[in-house]
Design a protein around this ligand. Structure first.
Ligand code: AMP
Length: 402
């Protein structure tokens, strides 16, 4: 049995095809620049002998219909999917599920309307996600389309964590509350952490740190999300590549009243020009690391502010949970930067968080690993995230086959 995972944005579609017997990813790729004069299709697949091959084409792709058609043709031509009837489900990543969706759902007309109904909460993401869903429902009506929401895992938060301290009607009438994002990644690494800890997820208290271009932290008690750093939008919380994370809302008022910024300029400033980029002019952590190593003061400051914020969240979530079994680092930075892990855990030894310097530094290992001292009270784990696999497995469960 095979499951296709689609992450469709406004002008691109990422995809991955899994074989359910062993959960091996047998093909993946990207259709980019949809509706532009030059479309792109990058495709990678496994041959029957296990070797990996890839191809790249440039060709205009008029719309999502054509993009998905081309993906299926490529899967067929390279021998990964003989026929669409081999698919037991198509799993769609959907960024925002509002308060409707706590679990993956098989998409019907009502689900489409509910996703459409929260477009205002994720105007950059939900329309593209929805296009992918509508196309697969139309092109492959016999294959269930399953929606998996980034917000779903965080729906276990109580009002104590998800309400803002603003007038009640803004919540009751306008759904202004914290939702959280990256939920599929947090859930995936939490499940893997439970396996590494050798106990059921329902017995694990974890702090999961997804540190990539977008970054977020989650406090998990007995397998359930208690709090998370992103809010109504993915702008709240930790320092990100180009997003500010937490900021005094008074700054926005000041920008408007004293510097003449209008709301679009404030949006652009906070989402696209802030974070690491705003502090040091670069948003890629590898480059910031390199510049800091050469003594660049702005790059050093960017790392310090980033680490300081991370440490504050670890401390806060430790306080929320009371007892923590493991801290989990994931995402491009969390998985690869020994320095960020070391600096954000430094000084937390009295909380039982003690890194093993050589395990943390080890450049050879790239897989799941424990980087805390053997007798450490709180395990520090590095777990590469795999949101696509989590989506595939959840889609399989949703159609009752797992
Ligand atoms: P993601 O969004 O999860 O793909 O993560 C992207 C971020 O991970 C970028 O800031 C990269 O610079 C960072 N990253 C990837 N590899 C490394 C590495 N070896 N050391 C430090 N940062 C890295």
């Amino acid at each position: 049995m095979k499951i296709l995972v689609l992450n469709s944005g406004s002008s691109s579609i990422k995809y991955q095809l899994f074989r359910s017997e062993d959960w091996v990813s047998i093909a993946n790729g990207l259709v980019a620049r949809i509706a532009e004069p030059k479309g792109e299709l990058k495709h990678t697949w496994l041959e029957a002998d296990g070797s990996q091959r890839s191809s790249e084409e440039t060709h205009p792709v008029a719309n999502h219909d054509e993009g998905i058609d081309r993906i299926v043709a490529r899967l067929r031509d390279t021998g990964s999917l003989a026929d669409v009837s081999e698919l037991v489900a198509i799993g769609h990543r959907v960024v925002h599920g509002g308060t409707h969706f706590k679990e993956p759902v098989i998409v019907d007309d009502g689900v489409v309307e509910a996703i459409r109904g929260v477009i205002a909460l994720a105007p950059l993401h939900n329309p593209g996600n929805l296009s992918g869903i509508e196309v697969t429902r139309r092109l492959f009506p016999k294959v269930p389309s399953v929606a998996i929401f980034d917000t779903a895992f965080h729906q276990s938060m109580t009002p104590t964590a998800y309400r803002y301290a603003i007038p009640e009607y803004l919540y009751t009438k306008h759904q202004i509350r914290r939702y959280g994002f990256h939920g599929t990644s947090h859930l995936y690494v939490a499940k893997r952490a439970a396996r590494l800890l050798g106990k059921p997820l329902s017995q694990c208290n974890l702090i999961t740190l997804h540190l990539g271009n977008g970054t977020s932290a989650t406090a998990i008690r007995r397998g359930q999300c208690m709090d998370t750093s992103m809010g109504m939008t993915p702008l709240e919380g930790l320092v990100m590549g180009t997003r500010s994370g937490d900021i005094d809302p008074g700054v926005l008022i000041y920008l408007n009243q004293n510097l003449g910024f209008d709301i679009d300029q404030i949006d652009h400033l906070l989402n696209r020009e802030s974070g690491l980029l705003g502090i040091c002019g670069v948003n890629d952590m590898r480059e910031i690391d390199r510049q800091a190593g050469e003594g660049n003061a702005r790059a050093k400051l960017a790392i310090s502010i980033n680490v300081h914020r991370l440490k504050k969240y670890i401390g806060a979530y430790y306080a929320v949970l009371g007892q923590v079994h493991a801290i989990v680092f994931t995402g491009g930075i969390g998985e690869n930067s020994a320095q960020i892990r070391a600096r954000s855990c430094k000084g937390l030894e009295r909380l039982g968080i003690v890194l093993d310097a050589s395990a943390n530094q080890s450049g050879d290992s790239r897989g799941e690993r424990c980087v805390s001292v053997a007798d450490g009270e709180v395990k520090v784990l590095v777990i590469p995230t795999n949101e696509e696999l989590e989506i595939a497995q959840q889609a399989m469960t949703a159609v009752g086959l797992q």
